[in-house]
Design a protein around this ligand. Structure first.
Ligand code: COA
Ligand code: ZN
Length: 300
């Protein structure tokens, strides 16, 4: 991989769709997901195996995974039950979510972080072939507890690495991180992290792209974003959309970084999102007058 290549992980079909109350038909989801793959994503969260009582929008995850057998899909799971269901549907890669803060983990998955990590151990034992990304929610701040000490994040990372997860992802669940905090956190944690590391960013306070740039400057080469800037955890008060994939791609390409994404094609997917899912998008690029990337570098 070239030094200036950044992998963008698209989480719109999971983080984005989960925040939308009105049912999005499975065939619409599949049409959008396929268009996203067509735009060049190689890594995408396409759904979540969570309780339909917690998030009804994700209840078709099995069908989605089965229909996308030919694609490199990842699905979010919160417990052993979810991992089993994902595995049986044919999923090969999971995002296992645990919050660093106890209160958010209780609100989100109704158990302590310790209990969640114990369940991860069972998942690793039961399904050793599943590729596991450990997503550490509230790594930069919690809606209930406020500041999160870097040491607490470091402990979770250590536990995850002891369990031999395949990837670590630090999530700014409520979009509260600032670029200096991102820099400090990564300087403290990166010497300890010996496997692929990504950052999952939200733009609640307008700092998302600055945080992505701060992370890239520290050597992170994997960033999670959502088409259109949709997204948000329903169990984190005040959480808003992810950073928009098209804004991130535009920023990176215009600075000379490479990604696998074709910005023109991605902007066409934003149009699909506007038409079928959410008429108002927070993404800047999707709201340019004629939604083209004319005038800026959109080379891959
Ligand atoms: N998927 C679907 N159903 C599940 C499930 C899963 N991953 N895990 C448990 N269930 C079912 C159980 O079978 C049980 O069903 P029943 O009532 O018909 O017997 C019911 O849910 C309760 O099981 P329990 O283990 O007590 O779960 P809970 O009520 O404590 O809820 C979670 C725990 C993790 C399932 C739930 O909080 C959840 O799905 N959270 C996800 C939140 C989320 O997606 N947040 C955004 C992404 S970070
Ligand atoms: Zn998120």
């Amino acid at each position: 991989m070239e030094d200036n290549f950044i992998t963008i992980v698209e989480v719109g079909p999971r983080d984005g769709f989960q925040s939308i109350k009105e049912w999005i038909p499975t065939k619409t989801k599949l049409m959008i997901i396929k268009a996203l793959y067509e735009a060049g994503f190689t890594n995408m969260e396409v759904g979540a195996f969570v309780s339909p009582k917690a998030i009804a929008q994700m209840r078709d995850a099995s069908t989605i995974v089965q229909e996308l057998k030919e694609y490199p899909t990842t699905v979010l799971v919160p417990n052993l039950y979810g991992a089993k269901a994902a595995f049986e549907a044919g999923a090969k890669a999971i995002t296992y979510v645990v919050s660093v803060s106890k209160s958010h983990n209780m609100a989100n998955v109704r158990r302590t972080p310790q209990e969640s990590l114990e369940a991860l151990k069972e998942i690793k034992q039961a399904y050793p072939s599943l590729h596991v990304k450990l997503a550490l929610a509230t790594s930069f701040g919690c809606p209930f507890e406020g500041e999160i000490p870097i040491k607490a994040v470091a402990n979770m990372v250590r536990f995850g690495q002891e369990l031999n997860v395949d990837e670590i992802c630090l999530a700014d669940t409520i979009g509260i991180a600032n670029p200096i905090q991102v820099q400090k956190t990564l300087k403290a944690l990166m010497p300890q992290i010996d496997r692929p590391l990504g950052l999952h960013l939200h733009d609640t306070r307008g700092m998302g792209l600055a945080n992505a740039f701060a992370a890239i400057n520290e050597g992170v080469s994997m960033i999670e974003s959502a088409v259109g800037g949709i997204g948000g955890c329903p169990f984190a008060p005040g959480a808003a959309g992810n950073i928009a994939s098209e804004d991130l791609v535009n920023m990176l390409h215009s600075m000379g970084f490479k990604t696998s994404i074709d910005l023109d094609k991605l902007l066409k997917v934003s149009e699909l999102i506007k038409k079928h899912v959410s008429p108002t998008l927070f993404s800047r690029m999707a709201n340019l007058p004629n939604s083209t990337c004319k005038g800026v570098s959109c080379g891959k």
